[in-house]
Write a protein that binds this ligand. Sequence first.
Ligand code: GLN
Length: 383
Amino acid sequence: MFAIDSKFPQAETTIFTIMSELAEQLQALNLSQGFPDFAPPQALLDAFKHVPDHLHQYAAGNGILPLRQKISEQYQDLHQISFDPIDEVTISAGATIAIYCIIQAFIHSGDEVIIFDPSYDSYAPSVQLAGGKSIHLPLQAPDFRVDWQQFKDALSNKTRMVIVNTPHNPTGQVWSKQDWLTLIELIRDKNILVLSDEVYEHLIFDGLTHYSVMDFPELQDRAFAVGSFGKSFHVTGWRTGYCVAKAPLMREMRQVYQFANFCGVHPCQIALTEFMTQHPEHLSQLSPFYQNKRDYFLQGLQNSRFKSVASSGTYFQLVDYSEIRDDLNDSEMCQWLARTHKIVGIPISVFYQQPPKTLRYVRFCFAKKEQTLAQAIDILSQC
Ligand code: GLN
C-alpha cells in the first residue's frame, strides 16, 4: 500500500503562476508576474539564432568560462573586487536555483535563517526543505526599512544565514550603505552567512547607488551575491542567472548545484557572452530606461486615487489603494481589479509569514511597453 507523506503539505502554487493564469483566463492586462512585454535586444536574439550547431549540448557545469569572465570583469569594474572566474563565479539555470542551492549547501537541520518580509516567495520554502527554520522580520510600511533593534533581538546561537534582497522585490526599496554597516556591526563576531539576492542590481533610480554585499570587505568571505541575466537582458524565459562567492564557499554551493541541475542552458550562455562583448554599454543604460517607465507610470497615476511612493529600484511599483477599496484586503483587491477592471497585479501579503491586517498595497510590474502602461493608467484612473 502506498501513501503520500508530503514533505511540503502547506505549499501552494506560486502567486506568479496564479495571477498570470488569471490574466490569461480573463484576458486582462497582466502587470503581475515580473517580466518585460517587449522584445529583448535584437543583437541578443541574433546571437541566439546564430549559436553554432555543435554548441547545443551540455554547457560546462559551472557555466561557460567566457561568460564567467564577463561576470568577473563586471564585479571588478563596478565593485572593485576580483572573483576568479574558475572558482568563484557560477552560471546557474536562473537565480532561483542558485539561491536554493546556496541554502541547501549551508543550512543544516534546525539552523535559523533571517528573512525580511515581504520576502520573495522562494526563500522560506527553500529553507524549510533544508530542514532550517525561517525567522521572519517584517519591514515597516511605507518605507519598508529594516528595524535593526528587532534584527539584533532575533539573532540567536542558531542563526546561520541572513537573506538580503536589494533592490527589493516587491517594495522597490534599496539598502543604504548604513544598512550594510549596521549589519556588519551586528554579525561581525557571529558565524552567519549573508545571501544577497541582487537580481535587480542594474535597475536603480534617482541617482542612488546599488551597494552589493561584495562592496564590504568585512562580508566578502561570508557572502554570496546572486544575479540574473533574465532581468538585465529582458530574457526571463532563458533561465540564466549567476552567483559569486569566495572559492571555499562556492565549492559548497557547486556540490549541491551539480546534482540539482548539473548545468545551465548552453545556447543562452553563448548568446549572452556574444551580446555582452558587442554591447558593453547595455547595462549602464538599464537604469535610465526603467526609470523612464517608472516615471511615465507614476505620472499617469497622479490623477488616480492610487497613492504611491516612487520605487527606488527593480521594475516594480507598489500602489496604495486604501482610498478606493479600504474594505478589501490585498488579495481581494487583486481579484476585484482583475474581474471588474481587467488588470492584474500582485497582492504583497503573500510575501509575508504574517501579513499586517492593514496592508493595502498592490504590486504592479512596469517592465512594459509604453502602450501597455498607457492602457494600465487608463484603467487605474477609472477605479
Ligand atoms: N521574479 C518575478 C516576480 O517577482 C517572477 C518570477 C516567477 O514567476 N517565479 O514577479
